[in-house]
Design a protein around this ligand. Sequence first.
Ligand code: ADP
Length: 570
Amino acid sequence: MTLAVHMRCQRVRVGVGMALRHCTGNFLSPRRSAYMTPHSSMSIFSRQMNMEAQSVAAHLNSSGFIRSQGLIGGKWTDAYDGKTIKVCNPATGEVITNVPCMGGKETNDAIASAYDAFVSWSKLTAADRSKCLRKWYDLILAHKEELGQLMTLEQGKPLKEAIGEVSYGASFIEFYAEEAKRVYGDIIPATLPDRRLFVLKQPVGVVGAITPWNFPLAMITRKVAPALACGCTVVIKPSELTPLTALAAADLSIQAGIPPGVLNVVMGNAVDIGDALLASQQVRKITFTGSTAVGKKLMAGAAATVKKVSLELGGNAPCIIFDDADLEVALKGTLATKFRNSGQTCVCANRVLVQEGIYEKFANALSSAVQSMKVGDGFGEGVVQGPLINDAAVQKVESLVQDAISKGAKVLVGGKRHGLGLTFYEPTVMADVKGEMLISREEVFGPVAPIQKFKTEEEAIRLANDTNAGLAAYIFTTNVQRSWRVTEALEYGMVGVNEGLVSTEVAPFGGVKQSGLGREGSKYGMDEFLEAKGLVQLPSPFAMTSSKSSFPCGGRGASIFCVSLLLLLS
Ligand code: ADP
C-alpha cells in the first residue's frame, strides 16, 4: 500500500483549524482543480461540505482537541529547526493544522526519554500499569465523538465508521489492561534432582511503533497497549497524513496518569525517524504496520542491532464465493470486507473469486448494492464512502482499473473518479477479471471489487494462494466440510468463514508469507513485547552441599559455575 506522498517540511507555522487554506504540493494539485468544478449544484454541495468540516475543526480546536506538537518526555515539542508539515482534510483539500516535521535529533531524545521512563514503568506492579491503561481507555471512550470527528477530518472515513474505530481502538487498551495481570511465567520440571527451573517473562524494553494512516487510532493502540501492559515504553511515529488522532490519544494518556516518557510521539521525516529508531541500541523492538516495501527495509535495518521485529504488511485477500453460499450472507460479508474505509485496509477483499454457478446472480446483486452507496464528505448524512487519502491513491486505483479494462475486464458499476472531484472515487464492480491483471496481483487499496470466475474448489484454492501475500482470506459456503477443507488449505494468517470482518481485540491478527511476522491482539499479542528469561536455581545451601556427590564439579563455587554453564548451553 505504498503511496507516493510528496510532503515537504516547511518553516512557516500556521494556526490550527484555519480551514480556508488549501494543501499544496504535488499530491494535492489535481484535487484543487477538480474541486473548482463548474457544476453549480456540485459547488453548493462542496461549500456545505466545507462548512461542516470547518465548524467541526473550529470546535475541536477551541476545546483543545487539536494538538499540533510532538510529545517527548511528557513535553509538547516543536521540531528543533521549527519546520512543519501540513495536515489536510482529504474531503476538502484544506489544511487542518501544521505539525512538527521532526527528524533524527527529536527521535533520539524521545528514545532517551523512553529509556529513562522504562526503569520505573517496568518496575510498577502489573496492577498499577493496568489501572493507568484502564483510565486511558475510559478517557478515550468519554471522548469518542471528538476523536471520531478528528479522524474523519484528517482521514476522511465516514463519521460513524470513525467513531466505530475509536471503540475498536479503545478495546485493545481495555483488553491489555486486563492481560497485564496475566503475564505468567513457567516452572519446568528440572533435569537434576536438586535444581529448580523457571521462566520469567520480562518486557523487551523501549519499543519503536510505526503506524499508517488508514486506522489512525487502532493501529497505535493495538501496538502500544500490549507494550505498556508488559512494562515497555514506546516511541510512536504515526503517519504524517494522520498525526492528529495519535496526538489527541497521547494527550489523553497523560491525563490518564501514564507517566512522562512512557509514551512519546514524533512525526515528520519518516526515513530519518525510522533510521534513528533502527540505529539505537536502546530500542529493542520495532513494531510496524504499513507497506511490504517499507516493512522489508525496517526488517533489514533492525538486523544491525538485532532487534525484535513485528510486521503487519500488505495483503491480497481473496474473497471466495462458492455455489453453495447463502447469497445474502455472501453479499453482506463481501460488502463489509471490500468497502470498509473505502477499500483502504490491508484485510479488504482484493479479489472476489466467484464460482460459475452463482457468478451472474452474485455479480448482479453486488452491482446493485454498490450502485446505491452514498459517497461524500464523512460528515454528510448517510455517507458510507469517503474520499481516498490522497491523489496518489486515486491514481493507483485508476491505473489498476485501466490495466484491467485493457486486458478484457468489464466495468459493471463505477470505474472512474467521482463527480465530487478531489480524491473521491466511484464505488466500483468489475467482472471478467483474470489472475494476470495487475488488479489481481497488487493491493488495490480503493473501492473496487474485481470479480473473477472459477470452476472448482481446487481452482479457487490455487488462485487464492497464487500470491506472495498471506494476510486475510474469506470464504462463503454452507458446506461445513468444505469450510474446514478450504480454511486449512489457504496460506493466510486469518480466514473469515461466512464473515467479512475478522478484526477483534480478542483474536490474533497477522499474516504469513510476505504479509508479515508476529501477531497483534489477543493473548498472543503480549508475547511480541516480552522476553522469556530462563532461570536455573539451586534452591538452598543444603542442596548445594548435597550436589557435590552427584555433580561432576567440586564444591559450592564450582556448582554455581556449573549452573551458569548450564544456562549458557541452554
Ligand atoms: P502507507 O502506504 O500506508 O503510507 P507506508 O509503508 O509507506 O504505507 O507507511 C506506513 C508508515 O511507515 C508511515 O508512518 C510512514 O511514514 C512510515 N514510513 C515510510 N517509510 C519509512 C521508512 N523508510 N522508515 C520508517 N518509517 C517509514
